[in-house]
Design a protein around this ligand. Sequence first.
Ligand SMILES: C[S@@+](CC[C@H](N)C(=O)[O-])C[C@H]1O[C@@H](n2cnc3c(N)ncnc32)[C@H](O)[C@@H]1O
Length: 219
Amino acid sequence: MRPARCGQTPAHGQGEQNWQEWHQHYDDPGSSLAGRLRVVQRDLRRALAEAPRADGRLRLVAMCAGEGRDVLPVLASAGDPLVSAVLVEFDPGLASTARATAAELGLSGVRVRVADAGDPATYADLAPAHILMACGVFGNVTMADARRTIAAMPMLLADGGLVIWTRGHFPDDDRDPAQDLRAHFEDCGFEELAFTRPDDAHFRVGLNRLSSRRLFSFV
Ligand SMILES: C[S@@+](CC[C@H](N)C(=O)[O-])C[C@H]1O[C@@H](n2cnc3c(N)ncnc32)[C@H](O)[C@@H]1O
């Protein structure tokens, strides 16, 4: 199934996609989505090892988390009681699935919040995250929204915090939008730790670290 393209969704809400159905593509190990999942989970394992912590504790926030298929199994296999996570998902059904999975996996440090991940108020009571996930987000919003979200990420992150993000690219698009996003992360003070662009798949996965909060330096 082809995900919605950049700019197809309205400014508020979840867009017109059936996200329950979308998640079923994870069940086919040969699907592009399953391939993307393997890369995101690999990067998340790395992020858990390399992210900063506060007194040993690590906080993760996932925007538009869906069923949490990327985050929850990795947290379970890490088995680290000092890791806590907030999954933000608009759809109550998907959130309920994520909550049930977290409970099955014994992840008592995971909270699933049914809320609008595009509203800064959703994060207002959260301490800065050490890992921020934005997977399956940028391909469903306008490039202007994606840029604004990246520009706001430093406010959601602890110093040195890591971001894992994804973006699709379709062969009939002249320009790979992930390239613009990579440049924008750099402009917003993030260094790139990894960027995965498989030759045989249309997904891209980025892992970036917040390396500067400076507004400017004279050159
Ligand atoms: C492409 S799916 C990605 C799900 C998950 N991050 C993943 O990669 O498996 C997009 C998800 O964003 C959710 N969503 C859409 N708009 C949202 C919003 N404003 N706030 C929170 N979640 C939203 C949808 O319900 C859907 O679960």
